[in-house]
Design a protein around this ligand. Structure first.
Ligand SMILES: Nc1ncnc2c1ncn2[C@@H]1O[C@H](COP(=O)(O)OP(=O)(O)O)[C@@H](O)[C@H]1O
Ligand SMILES: [Mg+2]
Length: 277
């Protein structure tokens, strides 16, 4: 289902959450595929340094990861894995490298590697770690669009508020997008969003936009077991249709990114702050 509307400006979308296990990685991977369906060239970055598993959701087995890249042991072209038509993955390395503690040489390696990517991709989807104490906030605050994934569980809503508070008060992020995940119905998704957004409206100088809900769907774990993202394994299942709708909404309300070299700016910002807020 390719549409005539190409994505023209490189746009960095960070997918984050307050709490782990909310469906962030699956959403990020399938969002990337939905962008590719619309003709975009997409780079996925697995930046969940504690629990890098986007490769598994994408169904690929990378030889190298970002760890070899920052050490200078592999080139960007050896590290990038072609995961699907129009989608490349920069695989993460669980617990092996820490952006906050990169040496100058490692920083230079990373920077010069990604510097070459600017004209190769239209969209970068970053799967960040969860929680305020991780690199998540650094990655998220350097991105143009930040999507916070939240489930109906009260703990997830409380932790989503926590990360939104950090992004708002420490990183001056004024607009955030929200995807409600693992919901039983669209009405439940709306309710969760309203609960979160009334807290944010009351206490923070940031506004939230609801991009939609992802239903709890058994097709998702079936597809991961098959080693294929659900959008490819079961394109017509409720989850897949919901991801396509969310991608459409993200594109619809996309303010053009007039920052020349948006990808380069993203990395520069990120490396300056060492992956931390
Ligand atoms: N909408 C959903 N319906 C059913 N299961 C889901 C859904 N979203 C995620 N899951 C399951 O929840 C677990 C965590 O998902 P994952 O995407 O890895 O979350 P995170 O990256 O936030 O830790 C996985 O086992 C996944 O299959
Ligand atoms: Mg994850």
């Amino acid at each position: 289902m390719r549409s005539a509307r190409p994505v023209v400006t490189p746009n960095v979308v960070a997918v984050t959450s307050g709490k782990g296990g909310v469906g962030k990685t699956n959403f990020a991977a399938n969002l990337a595929l939905a962008y590719a369906d619309r003709g975009a060239r997409v780079l996925c970055i697995d930046a969940d340094l504690g629990l890098a598993n986007m490769d598994i959701v994408m169904g690929v087995a990378p030889t190298y990861t970002a760890a070899e890249l920052v050490r200078g042991d592999a080139d960007i072209d050896d590290v990038l894995v072609r995961a699907h038509d129009g989608v490349f993955l920069l695989p993460g390395a669980s617990g092996q490298y820490d952006l906050a503690n990169l040496s100058d040489a490692a920083r230079r390696n990373l920077f010069s590697a990604v510097d070459s990517l600017d004209d190769r991709f239209d969209v970068i989807v970053v799967d960040t770690g969860a929680g305020v104490g991780s690199n998540a906030v650094g990655f998220a605050s350097a991105a143009k669009d930040i999507v916070v994934v939240v489930t109906p569980e009260p703990t997830s809503v409380a932790d989503a508020y926590g990360i939104i508070k950090v992004l708002s008060t420490r990183c001056a992020v004024r607009r955030l997008k929200v995807v409600t995940s693992m919901v039983a119905s669209a009405a439940e998704g709306e309710q969760v969003f309203r609960r979160l957004s009334s807290l944010v409206d009351r206490f923070l100088d940031t506004s939230l936009v609801h991009l939609g809900s992802l239903p709890r769907d058994p097709a998702l774990s079936r597809s991961v077991m098959r080693g294929e993202p659900v959008l490819r394994a079961y394109p017509d299942t409720p989850y897949s249709r919901a991801v396509q709708a969310v991608a459409g909404r993200l594109l619809q309300q996309d303010e053009p990114d007039d920052r020349a070299g948006a990808i380069r700016l993203f990395w520069r910002k990120l490396l300056r702050q060492g992956g931390r807020p």
